[in-house]
Design a protein around this ligand. Structure first.
Ligand code: ATP
Ligand code: MG
Length: 539
């Protein structure tokens, strides 16, 4: 991936890579802003020249020039929005894979900010392509417009400066009044969304035991807090927005009034009066627009802060060199493990070895740490001390894409991917039909799969929810056995199985034994088994 892990501003750095596009948008903005003066200049000319001279030709010529300028302005405006739109798409597409993989790492480390990272990326993209961003590009031209007004008449210039200062003060006030609310509301909304997701996963239990009301109340409390804070921010923001609009109109009137006074004193013409007032309103429009979309700007700044913190975390695995295919010597050396930094030790000095062709069954009561041991064996969790080595290499540091080719894992709670049975056994990758059927046959799941409505093409639904627990487990076993990996870790593979399923499992182990001269597993019965099956090297 192109994004190193040590920086603290991945978002800013990625945006910096688009500096040429931003520069282009800035240049287009320059032209658009100059061309925006068209209507005021046109008005001034019509008032002062056409009306004074009574020349229709001048009027026609002016109108043609002004319309041409407006056409060019519209085209440039469209182009700059388009550039920003594409930039936003590139930005999101560029960072999304990294955000997803960081989210997965957060999930593995039991940290809360996971899929939210993708939502935050979307938020930043929307902001990049929205009106707030264009306002930011237009803002640098405020002083230029004001200078133009000074050139028309210093008195009008003073009005413009006073107006700009007033509006900037309102923008600052807006920031001060809403920033905290927007930030906290974002955090609360995320917590509420997480609660809602957890509720969805437990829909059955909630329905069966009538937990709907109490759990909804819990969620609603969180959501309500978020909504209240958001409402507060919106109320304050819209109050300031309303004041801003009124102030801008008042300033335009003030410019007209001052202009009129100048006309009366013969210091300016009527055209100048109207032109200056229009330029002024144009000059202050970006400030008003920025205040209007302030919430988006702050929200995406917060999103960038959260994403930077996520990207800033150290990777759970260092980048390592490619290793040759292991023969299958598993050695567990003095494992000490606690599931969380604050939890008491679960494993204290566990050591054993499994040779190629050996099978090992681990037995123990609930909560003994069997599943935890299985996760350590496949390197998904890291021990406090000691290590698990496959052919001498630490499994926790093994590059995942490669390690996965040599390993089969069946978790205790089998959740399949939303796809067909064949896609699941193929681990969503490119496996041949022969390899898929081979894995299913060793797992003793081939007949079971053929009995499904569309056989191997049957869709399993989200998490495999369209299948029974036993069917899921047997297809999960086939997925673990794809291409006969060197290390197979099965966590309670018989938990959901009927007699036929148990027989199929035992046959699967026997079949693996035949193909890899396995020793039979010890005590492969009973529900509390974390089973580690280790086929013989096929070299
Ligand atoms: N992510 C975690 N954070 C904190 N504690 C955890 C975590 N995962 C597991 N534990 C704790 O570790 C202990 C062992 O859990 P584990 O799942 O390894 O047990 P097990 O032997 O597989 O049990 P079972 O037979 O019920 O599946 C439990 O007490 C559990 O509460
Ligand atoms: Mg377990």
């Amino acid at each position: 991936m192109a994004i190193p892990s040590h920086r603290s501003s991945a978002i800013q750095d990625t945006l910096l890579r688009c500096r040429r596009q931003f520069l282009a948008v800035g240049l287009f903005s320059l032209c658009v802003n100059v061309l925006m003066l068209t209507s005021s200049l046109y008005m001034m000319q019509v008032y002062d020249r056409v009306l004074a001279s009574g020349s229709t030709e001048t009027l026609v010529l002016l109108t043609v020039i002004a319309l041409g300028a407006l056409g060019v302005m519209a085209a440039l405006d469209a182009v700059r929005s388009r550039v920003l739109g594409r930039l936003g798409t590139w930005f999101e597409a560029h960072l999304a894979p990294e955000a997803l993989s960081r989210g997965l790492e957060a999930a593995l480390s039991d940290l809360p900010y996971r899929a939210e990272a993708l939502r935050d990326l979307g938020l930043i993209r929307t902001c990049l392509t929205g009106p707030g961003m264009l306002a930011l590009f237009d803002a640098p031209w405020v002083p230029v417009y004001i200078a133009a007004i000074y050139l028309i008449h210093p008195m009008l210039g003073h009005v413009a400066v006073a107006g700009a200062l007033l509006l900037f003060a309102l923008a600052r006030l807006n920031e001060a009044l809403t920033q905290r609310q927007i930030r906290t509301a974002g955090e609360r909304a995320m917590a509420a969304a997480r609660t809602a997701e957890a509720l969805m996963r437990n829909a059955e239990v909630i329905d069966a035991m009538g937990l709907h009301n109490s759990l909804t109340a819990h969620w609603q409390q969180q959501n309500h807090q978020a909504l209240r804070l958001q409402e507060q921010a919106v109320e304050r923001g819209s109050l300031i927005s309303a004041i801003t609009k009124a102030v801008r109109q008042a300033l335009q009137m003030a410019a007209l009034a001052v202009g009129a006074a100048l006309v009366i004193q013969h210091e300016a013409t009527a055209g100048v009066m109207i032109g200056a007032s229009i330029i002024l309103s144009r000059a202050l429009a970006p400030v008003e627009m920025a205040i209007g979309s302030w919430r988006n700007l702050v929200q995406s700044r917060e999103a960038a802060r959260r994403l930077n913190a996520l990207f800033d975390r150290s990777r759970i695995r260092p980048e390592t060199l490619a290793l040759p295919k292991p023969r299958g010597h598993l050695s567990v050396e003095g494992l000490v493990y606690a599931p969380s930094p604050t939890a008491p030790l679960l494993l204290r000095g566990v050591s054993f070895t499994v040779q190629p062709g050996e099978a090992l069954a681990v037995l123990g009561p609930s909560g003994a740490g069997k599943s935890s041991l299985a996760r350590l064996l496949i390197g998904t969790r890291r021990p406090r001390a000691g290590c698990v080595r496959l052919d001498g290499a630490d499994v926790a540091n093994w590059e995942r894409g490669e390690f996965g080719q040599h390993v089969g894992y069946l978790p205790q709670e089998v959740a399949l991917f939303d796809g067909t049975v064949a896609e699941n056994i193929a681990r969503l990758g490119a496996a041949s039909a022969a390899e898929i059927v081979d894995a299913a046959q060793i797992a003793g799941a081939h007949e079971l799969i053929l009995r499904l409505p569309q056989g191997y093409e049957t869709r399993v639904g989200e998490q495999g929810g369209l299948l029974s627990g036993g069917q899921r487990q047997r297809i999960g076993l086939a997925r673990a056995l794809l291409r006969r990996p060197r290390l197979i870790v099965l966590d309670e593979p018989n938990a959901n199985l009927d007699a036929e399923g148990e027989a199929a499992l035992n046959q699967a182990i026997a079949a693996m034994k035949r193909t890899a001269s396995l020793r039979p597993t010890a005590g492969a019965a009973g529900p509390q088994i974390a089973q580690i099956v280790q086929p013989l090297s096929q070299e």
